[in-house]
Design a protein around this ligand. Structure first.
Ligand code: NAG
Ligand code: NAG
Ligand code: NAG
Ligand code: NAG
Length: 202
């Protein structure tokens, strides 16, 4: 019951801030099936704020909406040294009551193994699309330099499993290690709402 109240409170509070008249233009309809009438707000994609000195740095990406199912993201990735050793990564997912109070949604981070191989396997996915838009191209082994990603398309499909009935605010952390040292940490923050939450209240 308490949780339900907090969720409601959150919707009301966020409603005041975020769900202005333009909310349908800011959100994307995540999941077009009748049972998945969710709206996705991609809030931030960027470096973990407490880890700004890692060998790989992704400044906050610019997120723009193309239409009601697709976003485009743009940003700059700085690679501060050649990454020659095998790089492995983990993904962790958290659900949050607010920006400071989060807990793990999955027990422990999921290992995705060799990042280079993972990226090759993901060529046709959203992630592949984002990385594939880089100038110069991002290829393994990663060479020191500045990589620009321009208007890479991100669609809602990877996010359709983030249910607003579980949490409205979700965090995804992607953390990479090479030679037993952390080399990157990227955080994605997103909100999901059900259409019911978004109906105007009179
Ligand atoms: C939204 O944009 C994407 C990418 O340009 C396109 O593939 C898709 O068909 C568009 N959807 C609609 C409803 O226009
Ligand atoms: C990084 O790799 C590039 C391409 O292989 C090479 O030209 C450069 O000298 C390397 N830099 C360092 C600091 O090792
Ligand atoms: C976030 O939620 C927690 C737990 O409900 C609460 O103790 C804390 O004060 C909240 N923080 C903010 C900034 O609202
Ligand atoms: C990606 O798509 C291309 C063209 O549709 C296909 O030839 C290729 O096998 C796909 N790659 C992967 C890894 O799925």
């Amino acid at each position: 019951m308490l949780n339900v109240n907090i969720s409601l409170l959150l919707v009301v509070i966020l409603g005041g801030i975020r769900l202005s008249d333009s909310y349908f233009y800011n959100g994307i309809k995540s999941g077009l099936e009748p049972d998945l009438k969710h709206s996705l707000f991609l809030d931030r994609v960027g470096q973990c704020r407490w880890q700004r000195d890692l060998p790989i740095f992704l400044s906050d990406m610019r997120i723009a909406q193309r239409n009601n199912t697709h976003y485009v993201v743009s940003g700059v990735l700085r690679v501060r040294r050649n990454i020659t050793q095998l790089t492995t990564a983990t993904v962790s997912i958290e659900i949050c009551q607010n920006a400071t109070s989060c807990r793990p949604f999955i027990d422990r981070p999921v290992a995705i193994g060799d990042v280079c191989r993972f990226v090759v396997d993901q060529r046709n996915s959203s992630l592949g699309e984002v990385l594939g838009r880089s100038v110069p191209p991002l290829v393994c082994p990663l060479v020191e330099g500045v990589y620009r990603i321009n208007d890479a398309l991100v669609d809602y499909k990877p996010f359709r499993y983030f249910s607003p009935h579980v949490s409205k605010l979700w965090r995804i952390d992607l953390v990479g290690e090479s030679d037993r040292k952390r080399v990157f940490c990227v955080r994605i923050e997103l909100y999901v709402y059900s259409w019911e939450d978004m109906l105007p209240r009179y």
